[in-house]
Design a protein around this ligand. Structure first.
Ligand SMILES: NC(=O)c1ccc[n+]([C@@H]2O[C@H](COP(=O)([O-])OP(=O)(O)OC[C@H]3O[C@@H](n4cnc5c(N)ncnc54)[C@H](O)[C@@H]3O)[C@@H](O)[C@H]2O)c1
Length: 170
């Protein structure tokens, strides 16, 4: 894959809670550092796409990701929609030639995940699921302890995460 010179062109699909609170603030930091330019923000909800786009330097708000992907040649598309839209949006972005970061869970089922991976391979693009917790210090430490053999042979593990917030109905 050829290394691109200059700023990476970023598009975002789904400007709800996680995009507003976690993804866009960091994309904007990278934009302020001159490393990326956020060129499109897409959401079905007008106020969400317009509010978030307005806080970027030059992002255009879009209702349709197909239209946004047709208009702009992105290097990276960040998919932050509800789970059911992950596969279609990611595949559309991969087919349009962008690398894709997609929120977790990756998709609704294995069939969708495989279709996403196939689209990434076909276009020689990167597809990354935003499994950020595995990069957190506590997870990395746990992995290190397990791999050191200090806990012996691990034959079972259990983890829980309670989500107490909903998602939009759209
Ligand atoms: N919010 C969190 O704390 C959190 C944490 C981890 C993972 N996630 C993941 O992030 C994703 C989004 O979660 P959220 O809480 O931001 O949900 P949300 O409902 O607040 O935001 C999703 C947004 O996607 C938009 N959308 C839906 N279909 C679309 C389409 N076809 N085109 C354009 N926009 C579309 C919706 O209008 C909505 O604004 C989910 O997959 C979730 O599992 C969220």
């Amino acid at each position: 894959m050829a290394k691109r010179k200059g700023k990476l062109k970023v598009g975002l699909i789904g400007s709800g809670a996680i995009a507003r609170e976690q993804h866009l603030p960091y994309w904007r930091e990278l934009e302020a550092e001159g490393r990326v330019e956020i060129l499109g923000v897409c959401d079905l909800i007008k106020v969400r796409r317009e509010t978030e786009a307005a806080q970027c330097v030059q992002a255009v708000p879009y209702e349709s990701y197909d239209k946004m992907l047709a208009d702009i040649d992105f290097d990276i598309v960040d998919v932050c929609t509800q789970n059911r839209v992950h596969a279609p949006a990611a595949i559309a972005a991969l087919k349009a030639g962008a690398h894709v970061l997609v929120e977790k869970p990756m998709a609704m089922n294995v069939r969708e995940c495989e279709a996403m991976i196939a689209a990434a391979k076909a276009g020689k693009r990167k597809l990354m699921v935003a499994q950020h917790m595995r990069f957190e210090a506590r997870a990395e430490k746990l992995k290190e302890v397990i791999e050191s053999g200090a806990l012996g042979s691990i034959y079972t593990a259990e983890t829980k995460w309670l989500r107490r917030r909903g998602q939009s109905a759209q």
